[in-house]
Write a protein that binds this ligand. Structure first.
Ligand code: FES
Length: 68
């Protein structure tokens, strides 16, 4: 599924970059996502946020405890 039609960016690419720890602004700088018409921005930001939230949910407890 395309996230950004203007730049032909698919969900798999955005998700993969987010899983590597990149934030929305970094992904935007690399891919150009949301840099043309901007209509995809909300969806793209929510996609990145959902990956970030999931990454934190599966973080081992001892890692969470050591950073608190
Ligand atoms: S759809 Fe992403 S910038 Fe237009």
């Amino acid at each position: 599924m395309y996230v950004c039609i203007c730049n032909r960016l698919k969900e798999d690419l955005i998700r993969s970059l987010a899983e590597q720890g990149l934030g929305f602004e970094e992904i935007q700088a690399i891919t150009g996502c949301s840099s043309t018409c901007g209509s995809c921005r909300t969806f793209a930001e929510e996609l990145v946020l959902s990956v970030q939230i999931r990454a934190h949910q599966v973080m081992p407890l001892r890692v969470v405890a050591s950073t608190a």
